[in-house]
Design a protein around this ligand. Structure first.
Ligand code: SAM
Ligand code: SF4
Length: 326
């Protein structure tokens, strides 16, 4: 079966799967306070539909899937779905991105269901500031979720911190030390202008931050990439500690983009920062055969744009990250 190669020669082997556009937090750069325009439950792809569609992706080389949202732990019976997906032939790696508010209850079941890796969003180590950035007083729940994931055996756990000028950039060093102490991998992320929330966030250029951390902590650049995503990593000489930098704005990585995103209603988005998309729900609910769905996936990949235009057209995108699936 031939691989999925787009018009620019990129091999698409990674899918981010959003299981809900809802969330129990309201991070200032992601979902606006008071937002209500959620997808209707009857439009959510069912577990049967997801298992079938992801199975077809996996058969044509999309061997890695990350479950995300919105907050994926809000989707009822998530461990059941994770178990069904991780058993699919061709699926080599099933991972999860979460805000961890409910992870303490689900960590063991997710591990048993075959989730191999977990990323947790954490923008501050100060409870009050966490509440200000994330819109809810959930810091202690996130901490217990993180520790539960650690004791369930997830390793390494990655911590995603959106670095914002004047909001939490004074905590970057504390976060480096916190992650070092717990054996977590820290990834610093530049805020993207997705929707008004993303646009109103004070973007912080991470290049100078990387230089500073390199000197302060004696970090070195990895000669081979760590992980298959867009993060560039600096690590300690003994290999025990790594910090990643995700720099969609200061240094975009579109030339090596290997991913597409499926939203909860079955829309496949080709790029976080562009409008190209393909609707799979009508096919799944309209009796399409597997071969037709596979052909549709190949047609969709043809639509993948060369790059985002966050810098050139920052006003372009009205979707929030939680709608596409981050
Ligand atoms: N709720 C889960 C979480 O927060 O990890 C999963 C979904 S969330 C949309 C996925 C990631 O997108 C998070 O790490 C979040 O920080 C990031 N994100 C959301 N809006 C963003 C923006 N405007 N710019 C950069 N990253 C953003
Ligand atoms: Fe929710 Fe994640 Fe968006 Fe924060 S970043 S509002 S936790 S979906």
């Amino acid at each position: 079966m031939s691989k999925l190669i787009d018009r620019f020669g990129r091999h698409i082997d990674y899918l981010r799967l959003s299981l809900t556009d809802r969330c129990d937090l309201r991070c200032s750069y992601c979902m606006p306070k008071g937002f209500r325009d959620f997808e209707e439950p009857e439009h959510w792809l069912t577990f049967d539909e997801l298992e079938r569609l992801i199975g077809i992706f996996a058969r044509i080389g999309v061997g890695r899937v990350r479950i995300t949202g919105g907050e994926p732990l809000l989707r009822r019976n998530l461990p059941e779905l994770a178990g069904r997906l991780s058993a699919l032939p061709g699926l080599r790696d099933l991972s999860l991105s979460t805000n961890a508010t409910q992870l303490d209850r689900h960590a063991d079941a997710l591990k048993q269901a075959g989730i191999s890796r977990i990323n947790v969003s954490l923008d501050s180590l100060k409870a009050e500031r966490f509440a200000k950035i994330c819109g809810r007083d959930s810091y202690s729940k996130v901490m217990s979720g993180l520790l539960a994931a650690k004791s369930a055996g997830f390793a390494p756990i990655k911590i995603n911190m959106v670095a914002m000028k004047g909001e939490n950039d004074d905590e970057i060093d504390n976060m480096v030390e916190f992650c070092h102490e717990h054996g977590f991998i820290l990834r610093l992320i530049e805020a993207m202008p997705m929707g008004d929330t993303g646009r109103n966030t004070q973007y912080l250029d991470l290049q100078p931050i990387a230089d500073r951390l390199k000197h302060k902590y004696g970090l070195i650049e990895h000669s081979t990439p760590l992980g298959a995503g867009p993060a560039r990593y600096l690590g300690s000489a003994d290999g025990q500690f790594n910090v990643g930098f995700i720099t969609p704005i200061s240094q975009h990585f579109c030339a090596t983009c290997n991913r597409v995103r499926l939203s909860v209603d079955g829309t496949l988005y080709m790029c976080l920062g562009q409008e190209e998309r393909y609707e799979f729900r009508p096919l799944l609910r309209g009796g399409a055969r597997d071969a037709e769905i596979e052909a549709a996936i190949r047609d969709a990949i043809e639509l993948k744009p060369e790059r985002h235009e966050f810098r050139e057209q920052p006003l372009k995108l009205v979707r929030f990250m939680s709608m596409t699936g981050g």
